[in-house]
Design a protein around this ligand. Structure first.
Ligand code: ADP
Length: 306
């Protein structure tokens, strides 16, 4: 059995070229350019490179960008003031605060400060609550990327079994919410029977669960967590893991996923690589969220769609 390797770059390009067309039309009609503002606190090399990638992609599709930088030592009050100013600025449609923020800043408070209708990461408590209730909302970008990939594969997910490795509130949980929840006319879910595993799931228990799963999504940040002998033949394996490795001699960063790709590719039906899998699709979804935010802000009648 040789799996189909999902080309995330190609998938992202398709989404972005459609988005570019939609944005051109919107700009022609409204004379407004959607704008995404990133807030970057401190000097974290990984964060710097993520923001750069996101902003470059935004520009390519016709979204205006700005990166607001704050020193590592910024106070909670000053950071909240910056966010509130962006909330009140009608030119700014999407706001993303690049995580992690330094330890002295309460991440939850920071995420909640972003206005729900501008919260393109979907991390505000209102948007998370709406996602839990299966209401239309701004969905976190990795969950949207996983959804997009599964839909692209085109298999029926209703009644299938899914395992998510990882329960982080920003990544694992939203993915699990989307996999388990109701689909069709009543919601955007995938109707799969979904099991959530985490760091306290014993390895043999994890293997037992993944072995019988039709869909495995790993978001643990543990290289080689998912091995070939843990997979059912033909399963869909989506690798959300991104462990950053730094080559000490060249000082170059590279990323590895959670999935032992060389093993899994021989058994799974579909597998996403790292890099070039979920990552680029996630960036594309961020820009889709930004355009959606701009559209909603221009069309108050759609306000219930956030
Ligand atoms: P992210 O934000 O990408 O989800 P985090 O580091 O915040 O990354 O979360 C990692 C998640 O992975 C946690 O929920 C943790 O419990 C889970 N995890 C860690 N190790 C394992 C493991 N061996 N098996 C399954 N899940 C794991």
């Amino acid at each position: 059995y040789i799996s189909q390797v999902i080309d995330g770059k190609k998938l992202a390009e398709d989404v972005l070229s459609q988005l570019k067309t939609d944005i051109e039309k919107y700009v022609a009609q409204t004379k407004l350019t959607p704008k995404l503002t990133a807030v970057l606190v401190g000097k974290n090399a990984a964060s710097e490179s993520y923001v750069k990638i996101k902003m470059k992609a935004a520009k390519k599709v016709g979204i205006a960008t700005e990166t607001v930088r704050c020193p590592e030592s910024v106070s909670e009050d000053d950071l909240l003031k910056i966010i509130h100013e962006l909330n009140a600025n009608p030119k700014v449609n999407g706001i993303l605060v690049q995580l992690p923020v330094p330890n002295h800043l309460p991440e939850r408070v920071v995420c909640n400060a972003v206005a729900p209708e501008k919260d393109v990461d979907g991390f505000n408590i209102t948007n998370i609550g709406r996602l839990c209730l299966n209401l239309k909302t701004m969905v976190p970008c990795t969950a949207l990327a996983v959804y997009h990939i599964i839909r692209h594969i085109g298999v029926q997910t209703l009644g299938k079994s899914a395992v998510v490795c990882g329960r982080s509130k920003n990544v694992g949980m939203p993915i699990a919410l989307m996999l388990h929840s109701q689909g069709g006319a009543k919601g955007g879910g995938l109707d799969a029977t979904t099991t959530i595993c985490h760091r306290f799931t014993p390895q043999n228990e994890l293997a037992k669960l993944t072995k019988s799963a039709d869909i495995i999504v790993s978001a643990a940040g543990v290289p080689k967590l998912i091995r070939g002998d843990m997979i059912k033949e033909g399963a869909i394996v989506i690798d959300v893991g991104m462990t950053r490795l730094l080559d000490e001699t060249t000082n170059k960063a590279s990323f590895v996923g959670d999935v032992d790709f060389d093993e899994v590719v021989k058994i799974a039906g579909y597998v996403t690589p790292v890099p070039g899998g979920v990552g680029p699709v996630t960036v594309a979804m961020l820009l889709k969220n930004t355009f959606r935010a701009a559209f909603i802000q221009q069309n108050p009648l759609y306000i219930n769609m956030i």
